[in-house]
Design a protein around this ligand. Structure first.
Ligand code: TRP
Length: 418
């Protein structure tokens, strides 16, 4: 069986290095420098990988339009594990992006079996969190968005069952609704370009969502009528799936081109990017979509407080945004750290912050100041900072954050129209 990542499993341990070597994800470090004012998640390599982020970085720098979209399955209360993606979306909006959020109620209904009413209740909580963090833009429910559903149907004309089985391991027992929710996610990712103009789109996700990104990029290519190729001496435009007349229309846009039965050779002087833009324009004139390939960023996961991945099925492994003070305290004080067996050993050997859920919580969310984080890391490693003290401090930070976050949520609750 092909190597697979199952986005719906809680147990898969995903190794970003493996994804980079097996699936063509690029390490984020290679394009970091393109971002002038680095946010925490790129500075600290929390966002570890990307696909085609260059075009998004360029749009940010050149102040050109771009979109940012992600989705949440409203199948439970939002928690700390969702915070990174939310912050990534908001940061991109602050950089000039048009913001979109899909509330994946169809996916939650199909995959987790939740009723629509329950999905709506959870969705409202996610929306509150997003607005409290500064989100602006469109938030929609999959099941209520008819434009999206039409696009999902269109996307489904480009997806076959053997692809679904190769990518997700779907088999004869897989429910049709599960497969449909996959084509809805493909539609989610392309939706901003349909309703808000052709432009680069970044999809910030956890690395477990890469199969959806790959499938969407395949579908985007399948939607194309022409293949624009750079040859050694010139650019060639070949018909892939174009209606009659479309190749003539393309030829008209490129003076001096040589038209053959199924392709066009351009004279020297055109760049690949400008040619592709013009060809996609013609595709739209002939009823195509002309979508650009979507880009993605992949963040690594916050360590669960009990070790392993944060998972909503292990309630002590994570902090919910509406956890009461005592629960937060209990979870943090009882968490698995990178500390040693005894105080003695800890003083001698020092702790191991890279393995520590509490250190990672600080690195991801609780400590914005790089110098202070570095000091925390040093003090832990050198045996100056003991786990008890560190946990107490972290608890204070988390509890303050949660109280402020609650206040902000209360202030924006009127924005949630659902
Ligand atoms: N499948 C995602 C999850 O399990 C949610 C989702 C739905 C999504 N549509 C999306 C994520 C579009 C990114 C882009 O959480």
């Amino acid at each position: 069986m092909a190597k697979q990542i199952n986005p719906w499993s809680n147990t898969t341990k995903i190794d970003i290095d493996r994804l980079i070597s097996d699936f063509g994800i690029e390490p984020f470090s290679s394009i970091k420098e393109k971002i002038a004012d680095q946010p925490i998640f790129t500075r600290r390599t929390i966002v570890a990988g990307h696909r085609d982020y260059d075009v998004v970085a360029d749009a940010i720098t050149q102040k050109k339009p771009f979109h940012v979209l992600t989705g949440f399955m409203p199948s439970g209360h939002p928690h700390f594990g969702h915070l990174m993606v939310m912050k990534e979306v908001v940061w991109h909006i602050q950089q000039g992006g048009n913001g979109f959020i899909s509330m994946a109620d169809c996916e939650a209904h199909a995959v987790r079996g939740l009723s629509w009413g329950v999905c709506d209740r959870y969705a409202r909580e996610y929306m509150e969190c997003l607005y409290a963090l500064g989100f602006s833009g469109e938030i929609y429910s999959q099941r209520r968005n008819n434009v999206l559903k039409d696009l999902a149907f269109e996307a489904a004309t480009k997806i076959n069952l053997s692809e679904l089985s190769a990518i997700y391991g779907f088999g004869p027992e897989t429910e049709l609704a599960h497969a449909i929710s996959v084509s809805m996610q493909v539609a989610d990712i392309l939706y901003p370009q349909l309703v808000s103009g052709i432009a680069p789109t970044v999809v910030p996700v956890g690395i477990d969502q890469d199969p959806h990104i790959r499938l969407t990029r395949d579908v985007t290519n399948s939607f194309r009528m022409f293949l624009v190729d750079e040859r050694e001496t010139h650019i060639s435009i070949r018909v892939k799936n174009a209606p009659t007349g479309a190749l003539d229309a393309v030829a008209k846009r490129f003076g001096g081109s040589e038209k053959h039965q199924m392709h066009l050779d351009l004279p020297a002087g055109y760049t690949l990017a400008e040619t592709d833009t013009i060809v996609r324009e013609v595709e739209r004139e002939f009823g195509g979509f002309g979508f650009l390939l979507p880009s993605a960023t992949y963040h690594s996961f916050l360590l669960g407080l009990r070790g392993g991945k944060m998972s909503s099925s292990v309630s002590d492994s994570l902090i919910w945004f509406d956890d009461p003070e005592m629960d937060v305290k209990k979870k943090i004080m009882g968490s698995l750290t990178g500390g040693r067996q005894t105080l003695e050993e800890q003083k001698k050997l020092g702790g191991e912050p890279e393995k520590c859920s509490i250190y990672q919580l600080n690195r991801f969310h609780m400590q914005d100041d790089d110098a202070e984080l570095a000091e925390m890391c040093r003090a832990c490693r050198e045996g100056d900072l003991m786990c008890g003290t560190c946990k107490k401090r972290t608890f204070e930070l988390v509890w303050t954050f949660l109280q402020e976050f609650k206040e902000k949520r209360d202030e924006v609750v009127h924005m949630v129209k659902w």
